[in-house]
Design a protein around this ligand. Structure first.
Ligand SMILES: [Zn+2]
Length: 83
């Protein structure tokens, strides 16, 4: 059974590995901030009958701004903030 999947951020193109919550249903949709660029992605998860996951991301819009809480978290972690 697959418990991790990855999506490609619609804003920066980086591949992001996410944990899957298999108990949350066969079709899931939620918003997550990209850990690389902090812009929100709408994550779609579809679990097939064999529990194989299909995961893809939709950008929240070309004018989506980086999430401030994500940027703050990155600064606390000592990561370089994007310019
Ligand atoms: Zn990104």
């Amino acid at each position: 059974m697959q418990e991790e999947a990855s999506y490609v951020c619609a804003s920066c193109g980086e591949e992001v590995v996410i944990p899957l919550d298999l108990s949350a249903g066969a079709s899931q949709e939620y918003v997550e901030d990209c850990p690389v660029c902090c812009r929100p992605n709408v994550i779609h998860v579809e679990l097939g009958e064999d529990s194989e996951a299909r995961v893809w991301a939709e950008g929240a819009g070309s004018d989506a701004l980086p999430s401030l809480s994500c940027l703050r978290r990155r600064r606390q972690n000592g990561m370089v903030s994007p310019t």
